[in-house]
Design a protein around this ligand. Sequence first.
Ligand code: EPZ
Length: 425
Amino acid sequence: MDSIRIKGGNPLKGKIHISGAKNAALPLLTACLLTDEPLALGNVPNLADIVTMSRLLEQLGVDIGSDGIGPEGRVRTLKAGKLCGIVAPYDLVRKMRASILVLGPLLARAGEAKVSLPGGCAIGSRPVDLHIGALQKLGAEINLDNGYIHARAPQGLRGGDITFPTVTVTGTENAMMAATLAKGETKIINAAREPEVIDLAHCLVAMGASIEGIGSDRIVITGKDKLHAARHDVVPDRIEAGTFAMAAAITNGEVELIGAKLEHLNSVSIILAEAGIDMTETSQGLRVRRMNELNGTDVMTEPYPGFPTDLQAQMMALMCVANGASMITETIFENRFMHVPELRRMGANITVHNSSALVRGVPMLTGAEVMATDLRASVSLALAGLAARGETVLNRIYHLDRGYERLEEKLAACGADIERVAAAA
Ligand code: EPZ
């Protein structure tokens, strides 16, 4: 397994191009199942999770071609002309939980879908009961047997009222996609409002869907008999942008994040300003630099537009070298502090009490050999390595490759002393 070697201490300076958002591209890819006409997607990031999802869609009968280069880079065209299967198998779903996103569109298009239950992952048990309940509200008959969700709607889906007791991003996305082909009107109450959900809604409208309340927690969808071809560019990745903003801050550098949108990072910019970091809009994106000392500040993760759970680990790495203390509370997932023991090995002073971590800033971290456990924990260790004295070796970086396109190249181009070390054959 490859690893990444970092020698800390270099301030990041320069421009970083922000790729298309992983968590927008994944549902957008599955939206192709809703029509037999081509869906052309631009700005799709080149990530392991995108490859996994593409492989799953091809197993279902989707033709995926690359139509050269559009304004936002490579354009992929997906055509679910004639589906040849309705099963998302365990060996693919266990690798990537987002495979659950084929459930809603496949059921709506084919009248049946069999998707392996994703099971838990490093950050939590990750149930999908809300996805199942939502589709049952649209008339689906659902059985759970042999570790699979078997959903049927032989007469097609019908509109219904769905209220999510907890905000669920992919739950909202599955329900929204299914409702676009259901007979009648569907209301989704307490819908997720993440920019990636909004991006999917805009693409569905471009495909002919009728969706009101986009971006609010109350979405109303009027089902159509059919959707049609469309062209859509994936929204820039706010989590990648936030990650690189914190990389600039922890190294006391200054970077411009090309393509990043401040409107998607409002809560993050407020927290970073409290910590002494300035994020300013430029004509091409966002400029990030530290204004003076780095100060500890408190953070609580919440559904959008609150502080994103996907930036919690990165913020913790930053607070490890701030002046004073910070309390970081994780309210979305029950086990998202896997980065703490590894940060402690680099000299961090962190005490965890249930869902809160008290971080007492230290003057300097020291490099160490550390292990990645999940996507965002991995990148928080890379950030710590960028600021630490000495060398950090980050193992199991396949976690990183799931969500960050060419991370070491983008950081090296801004002056980081970082390289990918291929595993001995
Ligand atoms: C999406 O996961 C993202 N993944 C996650 O990003 C992100 O952390 C998460 O939303 C929260 O923002 C994709 O979009 C592919 P949820 P999702 O359903 O949809 C509970 C990353 O690092 N819940 O919003 O799976 C759940 O346990 C990944 O890029 C149920 O109880 O998250 C959690 O506590 C990690 N039952 C809360 O809701 C359900 O049926 C929010 O989860 C569904 C969710």
